[in-house]
Design a protein around this ligand. Structure first.
Ligand code: NDP
Length: 392
């Protein structure tokens, strides 16, 4: 039993608040804080248990420290944006509170996300006797745990990893992103990087694609190779992996809109002068696109996210696939959010549960694959993200 502070009242924050509220035996008190307090209040009004709300600018460390000292949580769940990660980690260190997030730090003025900045906090968290759990969403998050689980139970060595993220859902909008538009567009327009023979190899964004047939009639989709943050931690912590790639499905319609937006300069992240004021085109674009949290009511279809692992067991080469399928409409019925927010928010709650119940402990900064996958895998089945595995 303990108190949890959730920071960020967007699509993912909504799911985390609902899911923590469903587990009162672990999360005895919940506070949801964000820049716009009315968004916290709207989410609180959907939840039967009373939850506290607060306004906070998570880029302002003294403000965060005041809130944490006032509420006194055991853990802060950061589901604001990657730009806030280091500020929230600083506030946790100052107040002696554990930390969890779902996306690694990225500077606002440079579309380059990597773990270095947060791994550099290792010593500080270790010395403070605190735990920071990084990337407890679906990808990163569950995909790291899927890989660790395969290694623990089925392989002597994993040598090749393909993480495949298919969203077979349709939100009915001409163009919208399923999570924060700014972060999403920065991610998909970045050059692709995959791991091969001890190094990351860079190729043009979206330059490699293939078809993937999902199980359980989810459908066959075009998947595009791109860089994703869990590749960096997985090849570090599972050094037998010689090749690691991340693939995501995109519709032709999404890619057509994205190409036009790029061509006309709307995805730029450097400021331009407009009528005497500086604006960042991508931030302006975010302001006119639908909010991911608003897509739930209209999104239909299913997601299918999983890992194909190749390697050896008892001297034999084997390949296995492990995946979860999540239905957008079912997610909406449960927590009034679409499946992308759901598949991120549920693992954030489960990671928090692992820490609050002492199933996962440690001093320092950890990625998911460093933890025992078994209790987390069990919790996925209990809390709405059941998984299946099969030999290929
Ligand atoms: P949203 O844009 O829907 O929500 C982000 C929320 O953070 C908003 O409510 C926003 O407030 C708040 N926020 C932004 N800046 C600040 C600040 N300075 N102080 C306080 N609050 C702030 O994004 P999502 O919910 O879709 O995504 C949340 C996080 O989850 C992101 O980091 C994203 O990268 C990550 N993610 C991870 C995935 C995974 O599988 N690992 C998958 C999908 C997302 P306001 O409304 O006032 O702007």
């Amino acid at each position: 039993m303990g108190k949890v502070l959730i920071i960020g009242a967007g699509g993912v924050g909504q799911v985390v608040a609902h899911k923590c509220a469903q587990v009162p035996e672990v999360f005895s008190e919940i506070c949801l804080a964000s820049r716009t307090v009315s968004k916290c209040e709207k989410i609180a009004s959907q939840i039967k248990r009373p939850i506290r709300t607060a306004a906070v600018d998570a880029d302002n460390v003294p403000e965060l420290v005041r809130l944490i000292n006032d509420f006194k949580p055991e853990l802060v769940i950061n589901v604001a944006l990657p730009y806030q990660d280091l500020h929230i980690m600083d506030a946790c260190l100052e107040t002696g509170v554990n930390y969890l997030d779902t996306a690694n730090y990225e500077p606002l003025d440079e579309a380059r996300f990597c773990y270095k900045w947060q791994w550099d906090y290792q010593k500080k968290f270790e010395e403070a006797g605190l735990m920071a759990l990084l990337g407890s969403g679906f990808d990163p998050g569950v995909t790291n745990i899927f890989t660790a689980y395969q290694l623990k139970h089925h392989f002597d060595e994993i040598t090749e990893l393909d993480i495949i993220d298919v969203n077979g859902g349709d939100h009915g909008q001409a163009f919208a992103t399923n999570f924060n538009p700014e972060i999403n567009i920065r991610e998909v327009t970045a050059p692709c990087r995959h791991w091969e023979n001890g190094d990351f190899v860079e190729t043009d964004a979206m330059s490699m694609n293939r078809k993937f047939e999902c199980p359980e009639n989810v459908g066959t989709y075009n998947i595009y190779r791109m860089y994703h943050e869990e590749l960096e931690s997985l090849v570090k912590h599972i050094p037998s992996i010689k090749k690691a790639q991340f693939w995501m499905s995109f519709s032709d319609n999404y890619l057509k809109h994205l190409e036009v937006l790029q061509n006309v300069g709307m995805t730029r992240i450097d400021p331009v002068m407009y009528q005497g004021i500086e604006i960042v085109p991508l931030q302006f674009l975010k302001a006119v696109l639908p909010e991911p949290a608003s897509l739930g009511a209209t999104t239909k279809g299913r997601t299918c996210i999983g890992c194909v692992c190749k390697g050896t067991k008892d001297g034999k080469e084997i390949t296995r696939y492990i995946y979860n399928i999540c239905d957008h409409e079912e997610a909406y019925r449960e927590v009034q959010s679409q499946a992308i927010s759901y598949t991120t928010g549920v693992p954030a709650m489960i990671g928090a549960k692992m820490m609050m119940t002492g199933k996962w402990t440690g001093k320092g900064v950890f990625n998911m694959e460093q933890m025992d996958p078994d209790p987390f895998m069990e919790a996925l089945n209990i809390h709405g993200l059941p998984w299946k595995e099969t030999a290929l």
